[in-house]
Structures are given as C-alpha cells and as structure tokens.
Design a protein around this ligand. Structure first.
Ligand SMILES: O=C(O)CCC(=O)C(=O)O
Ligand SMILES: [Mn+2]
Length: 216
C-alpha cells in the first residue's frame, strides 16, 4: 500500500488503490511486475541505458541537473525543455513491454518515457509540474519506480492553498506504479528532494503522451 503521509485532505481508498487530493486523483499499483522481474529490470536499465547528465540555463549560468536521464519513445515524440528540443532514443525492449503492460492495466496510451536515475541521496528533482504544451491540457502520467524508495512530494501551485496545506508525501517503493490522472499537473507541483541520510540508487520512468501537432 502507498504510505501516504499527512495531508488534512488526502483520502486513501485501499480497495480501489486510489487517493484523492482535492483536486485530483492518483491510482497506486504496488508490486506491479513482481519483485524478481523488477529487480532484474533495475539491473538491466542501470547497465544498458545511455544515461546522461543534462544541463540547463539558470540565472545566466549553465548548470548540470542533479540526476541522470534518458528521453525515449516513438520517433515523433520530441520534447521541449528549457529551450532545447530533445529527440527520443529508440525504445528499450523491456521498457516497451512495461509500457504495453501499463496501458493494458490503466487504459491509457503513452508514446514516450522520461527515465531518471537518482544515483544517491544528493540527486533530486526540484518542484515542477509536467505541464508542457506538447503534453496537452490534461496529461495523464504513469510513474514507475525501481530500486531505493524515495519520498515523492506534492504541493498546490496556488500560493494561498499552499499556505493552508502541508505538502503531501508518498513513499514510492521498488516496483510501484503511480498514475497521476487528469488535473494533477494543472493544480499541483511535485518533487523528489535530496535526502540527509545515505540512500541507494533509484530509477523512475515517467510514461507520457506527446501530442506531435504541438511541436514548435
Ligand atoms: O522520480 C520521480 O518520482 C519523479 C520524476 C519526475 O517528476 C519527472 O520526471 O518529471
Ligand atoms: Mn515530473
């Protein structure tokens, strides 16, 4: 079960593995592939993906982001981020199989995935929402985790609401799938914070659907 911390408003319904954040809904699927398959996939992806540390421009400086990434998917699934256009790497066969299984379970179709490798406690992703125009107005994002469990935090985008409510924290364990449904990217931001205690590596795969006609 998802270990969901806090939130005055968050309501977890174990029977449906759904929780509501008001506004917005998540679906949580623990043990998605089975422990053995998942551990094998973690080793395979750690070794075989062409992990890269991207750079972004911030305050006039070029800085390296604190994690390794691979952008992967169908040929037309280009992604614009921080002023750069990323061409997808071809599908890794086992990620493609995972995508097929996720679509069968959730009823949602994806044409791309952002793979993140958090090497240790110093790797992180800052507050953001996956709300780029090429994802369309109501993106559904499926987030699959492998390796060390890390807390995934959410806070409302709206400053007033944020002051009234503490961030929501969900532990994302090995082999878990979290589906962020329509509206979550509109109203909430999320992050993986650095940790003070040592932690082992974690891989996260966020499956997305890029609308090709939104390319600029
Ligand atoms: O690592 C995670 O759980 C989240 C990654 C994320 O937010 C992203 O890739 O946009
Ligand atoms: Mn994200």
């Amino acid at each position: 079960m998802a270990n969901i911390e806090n939130s005055q408003q968050a309501l977890f319904e174990p029977s449906k593995s759904q929780f509501h954040l008001d506004p917005g809904t998540f679906t949580f699927h623990p043990d998605f592939l089975g422990a053995q398959l998942a551990s094998h996939l973690f080793e395979t992806l750690s070794d075989q993906l062409q992990w890269e540390q991207s750079t972004i421009r911030m305050f006039g400086k070029t800085i390296q982001i604190p994690r390794l990434q691979v952008w992967m998917g169908d040929k037309e699934a280009h992604y614009r981020y921080s002023g750069s256009d990323f061409e997808p790497a071809p599908w890794h066969e086992q990620i493609y199989q995972l995508k097929t299984k996720i679509s069968a379970r959730t009823g949602h179709v994806f044409n791309s995935v952002l793979c993140n490798l958090y090497r240790d406690e110093n790797d992180s992703v800052a507050w953001h929402a996956d709300d780029e125009p090429e994802l369309g107005p109501t993106p559904v994002i499926a987030s699959y985790s492998l390796g060390a469990s890390r807390p995934f935090e959410l806070q409302l985008k709206d400053k007033e609401g944020r002051l009234r409510r503490k961030p929501v924290k969900i532990d994302l364990p090995h082999d878990s799938l979290l589906v962020m449904h329509e509206g979550i990217q509109t109203d909430w931001q999320h992050r993986i914070a650095k940790l003070k205690r040592p932690t082992a590596p974690r891989i996260n795969l966020t499956f997305r659907h890029i609308l090709s006609n939104k390319r600029g």
